[in-house]
Design a protein around this ligand. Structure first.
Ligand SMILES: Nc1nc2c(ncn2[C@@H]2O[C@H](COP(=O)(O)OP(=O)(O)OP(=O)(O)O)[C@@H](O)[C@H]2O)c(=O)[nH]1
Ligand SMILES: [Zn+2]
Length: 295
């Protein structure tokens, strides 16, 4: 019995990497596997080497998770890429992405790309947002796919794990992946527009990287938390809220008595930008926010 990892699933073509051999094989699922389940990139499989090029897949190991976009199983980390300028930073989109990937059980790393072209004002903005997301509990890495700045730190974060890149169009997801792996991706080609109206499952490939893999197809470029979960669940994916114990365990942190989260916002311990986005996500409003300093 040999173990392998599916690195590519394109139509009928399945590629399996066997770490023991350091080699790629063409994967052929046996009938019993084919009947039971579909095979996805990222699947851990067991089977037999039939000849020097063929891996007969006998079983798929239980998945840790399965993403729909891109269709990859067993994803450990998502790199949520944003820029401060060109295109301008959208904190509401960032927070929705962080909430949704939190809900999907995938650890997020926040990356601010294109630091090579920041204006003086942009630098200050960058410092501010780096602090906001670090304080919230995320790993935050400013990088430049152009100059390579910050990519050492990012590649350390990605070593040994299966990761994907998500974020708005044009922030440089493909550029960073190309720079890290040396693989030529279709820079600027994978956009919302070209995806619309496509019905076939997009081809995905896992690019080997530092003992792990990077998915070559992007994750979400825009999401709304409430399309994935109920209003009551959103608060669970703001990690900084979890440090506070409100009087009521089902506190939504809006206008409840004894809400410690709102107190923390008023004291400036929780970034009001994050709290505002939280309220927007769950369609709530509080009158006192404008009185919080710097909000
Ligand atoms: N100055 C500068 N430009 C960059 C950097 N990274 C990417 N770009 C440019 O930004 C544009 C968009 O980069 P892509 O890598 O295509 O961005 P993407 O996020 O993959 O975009 P989509 O495919 O639309 O989702 C390209 O023109 C890149 O050359 C960077 O670090 N600095
Ligand atoms: Zn509360």
């Amino acid at each position: 019995m040999v173990e392998g990892i599916v690195t590519e699933r394109a139509g009928q073509k399945i590629t399996v990497f066997v770490p023991e051999e350091g080699k790629y094989y063409r994967g052929i699922p046996l009938g019993k596997v084919r009947k039971k389940d579909r095979i996805y990139a990222g699947d851990r499989v067991t089977g037999r080497l039939v000849d020097s090029t063929t891996f007969a897949i006998e079983a798929i190991k239980e998945r840790k998770n399965l993403l729909v976009r891109p269709p990859i199983a067993n994803v450990d980390k998502v790199v949520v890429v944003a820029t401060i300028e060109s295109p301008p930073f959208q904190s509401y989109l960032m927070d929705n992405l962080l909430v949704v990937y939190g809900f999907l059980g995938i650890e997020a790393v926040v990356v601010f790309n294109k630091v090579d072209i920041l204006s003086e004002e942009g630098r200050k903005e960058l410092d501010k947002w780096v602090k906001v997301y670090s304080d919230a509990g995320y790993t935050v890495i400013p990088v430049s796919a152009e100059t390579g700045e910050g990519l050492d730190r990012l590649s350390e974060e990605l070593s040994g794990v299966t990761s994907i890149f998500a974020g708005a169009s044009g922030v440089g997801k493909s550029s960073i992946i190309s720079k890290l792996t040396g693989e030529h991706l279709r820079v600027g080609e994978v956009s919302e527009k070209t995806e619309r109206g496509r019905h076939t499952t997009r081809e995905v490939r896992l690019i080997p990287f530092k003992g792990g893999f990077i998915g070559d197809a992007p994750g979400f470029s825009r999401v709304e938390a409430l399309n994935f979960m109920d209003k009551e669940q959103v608060r669970l994916y703001f990690p900084e809220f979890l440090n506070y114990q409100c009087r009521f365990s089902d506190c939504l942190h809006v206008n409840e008595e004894g809400c410690e989260v709102t107190e923390a916002v008023k004291r400036g311990e929780i970034a009001c930008e994050r709290y505002k986005n939280y309220l927007k996500m769950i369609h709530e409003f509080v009158p006192w926010l404008s009185e919080v300093e710097g909000c």
